[in-house]
Ligand binder design. Structure first.
Ligand SMILES: [Zn+2]
Length: 342
């Protein structure tokens, strides 16, 4: 990342944003978009931002990049962004050695730590940098993801008509992708789309990739509306949803580079994927999020035996097994999250 990019990144990270209080962030984004040559954009009634770079010929499809404009942290007047060298904490089952990485962390003016909101300001940063770098792409920045994908569930469908595939950067750490999201399969297992891009992402991040189920993010809503493949990747934020959150600069740069290489590899074609719509009513109603979620609850089974705790999703056959020690770890993690929030 060059000095200008790093400064732009810090500027973006210093913009406060909280679910339903996202005006400041959207204003910041539009002021940046105003200064990127060749980009046109519009906002819808929810304040979702839709940007397009370049005009592709008929029969070609845009890569679309997705992020969300809210964070879970309380809205502050000002976030002071500091550079620090930090160790990566255990993240979704991956532990790290004691290497310290150049990181950005958020503080209030009195020095109290505050969540920097890398979830998902990193995704916004990557999307904006791609608009600057690529000749052709689309970007959708959706409001209020953290309370149930409020913005993306009402995405303007006409914007998706010439999209060939959608990529979101909204996973913590450096080693995760989302294959299933809210019970929605995002791409075809072992299909052309994933087989082309997984090695690119793995190489860029410098590690093996774990295919995980992510609770929810916008890409699941977009997948329900489009016939193209979608995916969600790690982008280098750690300790998400806590005041100790930080972002690792090198991870963000690697994720950005992986996106450039993916577009090079995938090109401006349609990577059709119809799968998930088969498992849902085709007249799925956006306003019916509660019913949608309840169908997921119906399919989740938890079992606790003497030495193992298992959560299984019958819809996808995904399951997680935790031994006693891991269950304790999970308890401590949840306790920390709740203490931080309440
Ligand atoms: Zn997020």
């Amino acid at each position: 990342m060059n000095a200008t990019q790093l400064q732009d990144f810090k500027d973006l990270l210093s913009v406060p944003s909280k679910t339903y209080k996202e005006e400041g962030m959207v204003k910041y984004i539009t002021s940046v978009l105003d200064n990127i040559e060749g980009v046109s954009y519009y906002l819808d009634h929810k304040m979702n931002v839709y940007a397009t770079k370049g005009k592709l010929p008929e029969g070609k499809y845009y890569p679309m990049f997705i992020a969300h404009t809210d964070t879970v942290h309380e809205l502050q007047d000002k976030i002071v962004v500091k550079e620090e060298y930090l160790r990566k904490p255990n993240t979704f089952g991956k532990s790290y050695d004691d290497t310290e990485y150049l990181s950005l962390k958020g503080y209030l003016e009195d020095g109290t730590p505050t969540g920097i909101g890398g979830d998902d300001k990193v995704g916004i940063f990557i999307a904006i940098e791609l608009l600057k770098t690529l000749n052709y792409c689309k970007v959708g920045l959706f409001v209020s993801e953290e309370t149930g994908c409020i913005g993306s569930s009402q995405c303007d469908l006409s914007f998706l008509e010439d999209v060939g595939y959608a990529i979101q950067f909204d996973c913590p750490g450096d080693h995760l992708i989302t294959e299933y999201c809210s019970g929605v399969q995002l791409y075809q297992k072992n299909g052309e789309f994933i087989n082309k891009i997984l090695p690119i992402f793995s190489k860029a991040m410098g590690c093996d990739i774990d295919q995980q189920s992510h609770p929810y993010t916008d890409v699941s809503q977009i997948k329900l509306k489009g016939d193209f493949s979608c995916i969600n990747f790690s982008c280098g934020y750690y300790n998400m949803h806590t005041s100790k959150e930080f972002v690792v600069v090198q991870d963000v740069e690697n994720a950005f580079n992986s996106a450039l290489n993916m577009v090079n590899e995938l090109g401006f074609e349609l990577y059709e994927f119809l799968g998930p719509n088969d498992t849902y009513e085709n007249d799925y109603d956006d306003d019916d999020l509660y019913t949608f979620n309840s169908t997921i609850w119906d399919n989740i089974e938890m079992e606790y035996t003497n030495d193992e705790f298992t959560i299984e999703d019958h819809r996808t056959d995904n399951f997680i097994s935790l031994d006693y020690e891991q269950t304790v770890e999970l308890y401590l993690f949840l306790k920390e999250q709740l203490n931080d929030k309440y």
